[in-house]
Design a protein around this ligand. Sequence first.
Ligand code: S3P
Length: 177
Amino acid sequence: MNIILIGFRGTGKSSVGKAIASHMKRRFIDADDYLEQTVGKRIKEIFAEGGEKLFRQIESEIIEELAHLDDVVIAAGGGAALKEENVINMKRNGFVVLLEADTETIYKRLTEDTEGQAQRPCLTDKNHYDEIKYLLEYRKPFYENASDYRIDTTKLSVNQLAEKVIKAFTSHLERKK
Ligand code: S3P
């Protein structure tokens, strides 16, 4: 079974995912990187060519493809849990983990990540802080509905988060036996 990390940009999906994969000796896949390699274009370029609509179509195809793998750790893009079809695919063979953080923490983390910021297309016409606040509120029910396990990332280290997720995943597998 796969472990799939969902949640907003800046909640640590890639760092925590890498730590989980390394602890469990599993392969780690960042769905956005995989998408860019498959299409041969940066996400920003895809948005520029066909808008968010085109990106979401491609994203769904990628999620569908990745969901066929087994025993991997996947960091999904921040908007992947918004479409029901993606959630169904993720859940088919995946333990879906929601990484959470508040607006202030996410804003701070994203502002510090200048390289990542240059690659992230805007999703609304709001300023950066208001966009985070608005989207977090809008997405909350989607994220919660998609997740099998939720964890607050504001006070724990990457390793502590990884350990907690692995523990929750192990109990999930035990319950399924
Ligand atoms: C998005 C988040 C990004 C990427 C795309 C859209 C979103 O992924 O998929 O820019 O809608 O929140 P990360 O969460 O990995 O930054």
